[in-house]
Design a protein around this ligand. Sequence first.
Ligand SMILES: Cc1cc2nc3c(=O)[nH]c(=O)nc-3n(C[C@H](O)[C@H](O)[C@H](O)COP(=O)(O)OP(=O)(O)OC[C@H]3O[C@@H](n4cnc5c(N)ncnc54)[C@H](O)[C@@H]3O)c2cc1C
Length: 321
Amino acid sequence: MSILAYTPIRDGQFTKLTYELLSYGRALADQLSTELVALSLGKTEEDQLKTLAEYGADKILHSNDDRFEQLDNRAFSKAISQAAEKNEANIVLMANDFTGKALAPATGVHLKAGVVSGVIGLPESTDPFVVKKKVFTGKAFARIQVKGERKIFTLETNSYEITQTSKEAAIETFEPQLDEGDFTTKIIEEDKQTDKILLTDADIVVSGGRGMKGPEHWQPLEELAEVLGAATACSRPVSDEKWRPEEEHVGQTGKIIAPNLYFALGISGAIQHVAGVSGSKTIVAVNNDPEAPIFEVANYGIVGDLKEVLPNLIEAAKAAK
Ligand SMILES: Cc1cc2nc3c(=O)[nH]c(=O)nc-3n(C[C@H](O)[C@H](O)[C@H](O)COP(=O)(O)OP(=O)(O)OC[C@H]3O[C@@H](n4cnc5c(N)ncnc54)[C@H](O)[C@@H]3O)c2cc1C
């Protein structure tokens, strides 16, 4: 038996979540006294592939097939299943990003595996096999027993510490058996909305709420984002009022994000907003109301008026650079 971790590549790089996934996979493999196999599909530089070992992989499988250039649910899930079968992997790990969310159910069908999405830690027990995930927009936990022999877990962002080692591992070529009919998706044209940092990929996000008082006051928020190399976001009323574009809206009905650092500026912290940002590693809130609910979820809170606090934050960020 082994554990297979599917490690998606984006713009030629593995993401932070990939390294969290491998660190998690390493700990799970140690717990089960088995080996961790990393699988990469599509063109990837050897230097990048080698990093997979540094974060815990015992073996790296790589397919250089051009056809893996864009995500295709059918072809990718079939390839992952074949890799799992070839390596007798009873556990398949994926990131709980758009790739894992798309591929885990289809791979589950191929492998007849039990699928749990958004797992937040190592199994609480392995006999029976019980994993934990957040439910009800992060207000409660569920412990889920997976009964089947084969299991697929997608790991929630920011739920496992990255551990780097000086390990090395062999890179093996993997050639899945796929025919043209397995590639069902063809991207004809890409029309990028913005060349700014993508909100869902951003490491740092600076977000504004109704406390910003109007679209004409957004310049300092954008300046802070620029100094920090951050993406900008907003609460729902802000996008409803057209102060900011709809694609910046985060929360239950907007984008779900999990950056390393989230600034909530003039955001009250309503449950529907927090549902979209609670996966953030660190939340910094600025609000002039000390009773604002955002302070219940914030790691750092500043009680004060944004007119005074924001220029100081910008200066501090510039100084830190
Ligand atoms: C079904 C449903 C789905 C929803 N989905 C979402 C969602 O996806 N995302 C979302 O964001 N909301 C969502 N909402 C709305 C949500 O309930 C809140 O109404 C909304 O998040 C509040 O936005 P806000 O914090 O920007 O505004 P407010 O609640 O008005 O808060 C503004 C905050 O700014 C502070 N403030 C004011 N002036 C200053 C100042 N000068 N300096 C510092 N602080 C100041 C105030 O103290 C206050 O805490 C949803 C609601 C429903 C019913």
